[in-house]
Write a protein that binds this ligand. Structure first.
Ligand SMILES: Nc1nc2c(ncn2[C@@H]2O[C@H](COP(=O)(O)OP(=O)(O)OP(=O)(O)O)[C@@H](O)[C@H]2O)c(=O)[nH]1
Length: 391
């Protein structure tokens, strides 16, 4: 895929925004929208077979039989484009999740100032709350003050810290620190490394020996949401040196929408794990593709599902609704497929007063309750946290 990939994404988003102002859509407009999207992708040198796949996908979701006179065509096209964008941002590989009962070593990499050191602390705190015993290692020997910053963060979140202030060899620190923390039986050892840049070849090259020495279970790439058009080439530069296991996008509490995230996924073929949305150590949210895409294209805030659902007081109605949908056997697969079907016809049904709330909001809410993960994880967490959903 070409380095101009991200432009396709902006092209699609532009098309979508134009679409949002178009109140009435006829079949011709729908065709034009699809053509615009695919032409934008082809122009940017995206592999033709990939473009064809995307076009087929959008078309297949716009089954002419469903585009009846009464159908909300704008809604259907929006849904089709959203679904296609979701596929772009989801490489179909689950992000790395540390496992209990073993030592997990995670190495953080990222551009200078991307928010890496702050995110290391957020990540440690997130898993600390899940019962892990995290430890932090400062292998950033480049930036003055990096040692003190991570040490202070570690103290604030009450997590052990390893580093050597005057050591100049990141490899030596990383290796000794990981060995030490392993002996001390910490099960989540997080290594912060120097901020790098595509142009700083030395710093980029330095990542590889560090990774080879500590053999991390996963490498997390931290990307600033403000990176915009440089996302693809920077992410690709990191990817050319080490295998990236997951991505965290930071600073989504600002004005940036994080469109570069799509390019980062394309460049690394790695899934996004978390979104950072603040300077505090709790400002980390599990990434969900659909709410991110909706936020990206202005179809709702990232945090909207939970707010909306609370506003609707759905918890009171949910048990009946879910039992109506899936019958006696509680099964996430059935629930999901029913919710998805209902979501497609949602606006019509809602107008008829047949659906008490936005079903997609509900599913997103359930998934957020589950902290992301597979359908089985969602089901398990719902059993624990939302017992009201099960009779
Ligand atoms: N608003 C906001 N600020 C953030 C977020 N994450 C990090 N920051 C801020 O971004 C600045 C840089 O963060 P650091 O964690 O020092 O970045 P770094 O990538 O470790 O920096 P280098 O070590 O120089 O590469 C700090 O002021 C952080 O407080 C976020 O999600 N939102």
């Amino acid at each position: 895929m070409s380095t101009t990939f991200y432009r396709n994404v902006y092209g699609i988003v532009d098309t979508f925004i134009k679409l949002g102002t178009n109140l009435i859509l006829d079949d011709k407009t729908i065709d034009t929208v699809i053509r615009d999207v695919t032409v934008a992708l082809l122009k940017a040198d995206v592999n033709a077979s990939y473009v064809q796949k995307l076009r087929d996908e959008v078309k297949s979701q716009l089954d002419p039989k469903r585009i009846t006179e009464w159908a909300n065509k704008r809604y259907l096209v929006r849904q089709a484009i959203i679904q296609s964008l979701i596929k772009l941002i989801d490489p179909g590989i689950p992000p790395f999740q540390p496992k209990k009962g073993k030592t997990n070593v995670v190495m953080f990499i990222g551009l200078q100032g991307s928010g890496k050191t702050t995110t290391v602390a957020k990540y440690a705190r997130y898993y600390q709350r899940k019962g892990f015993k995290p430890a932090l290692i400062c292998a950033d020997t480049f930036r003055a003050g990096a040692f003190e910053q991570l040490q202070q963060n570690a103290t604030k979140i009450k997590v052990p810290f390893w580093g050597k202030k005057d050591e100049i060899d990141p490899l030596a620190i990383a290796e000794t620190g990981v060995d030490f923390m392993k002996q001390e039986k910490f099960d989540l050892i997080i290594v912060d490394t120097s901020g790098r840049h595509k142009q700083s070849a030395d710093l980029l090259n330095e990542m590889e020996p560090v990774a080879n020495a500590i053999k991390p279970d996963a490498i997390v790439l931290v990307m600033d949401s403000y990176i915009g058009h440089y996302a693809y080439e920077q992410a690709a530069a990191f990817r050319s040196k080490v295998k990236i296991g997951s991505i965290i996008i930071t600073k989504l509490d600002g004005h940036a929408k994080g469109g570069g995230a799509l390019a980062a996924v394309a460049a690394t073929n790695s899934p996004i794990l978390f979104l950072g949305d603040g300077e505090g150590f709790d400002a980390l949210r599990v990434f969900t593709p659909s709410s991110f895409i909706r936020s990206l294209i202005g179809a709702g805030d990232v945090g909207a599902p939970v707010d909306k659902i609370e506003g609707l007081n759905i918890t009171k109605k949910a048990p009946d609704m879910i039992m109506d949908l899936v019958g006696d056997k509680f099964c996430m697969k059935a629930l999901r497929s029913k919710l998805e079907t209902l979501h497609d016809v949602g606006p019509v049904y809602r107008r008829m007063g047949r659906i008490p709330a936005d079903v997609e909001c509900m599913f997103e809410y359930l998934r957020q309750q589950a902290g992301g993960g597979s359908d089985e994880d969602v089901a398990e967490r719902i059993r624990i946290f939302c017992p009201f959903l099960i009779r």
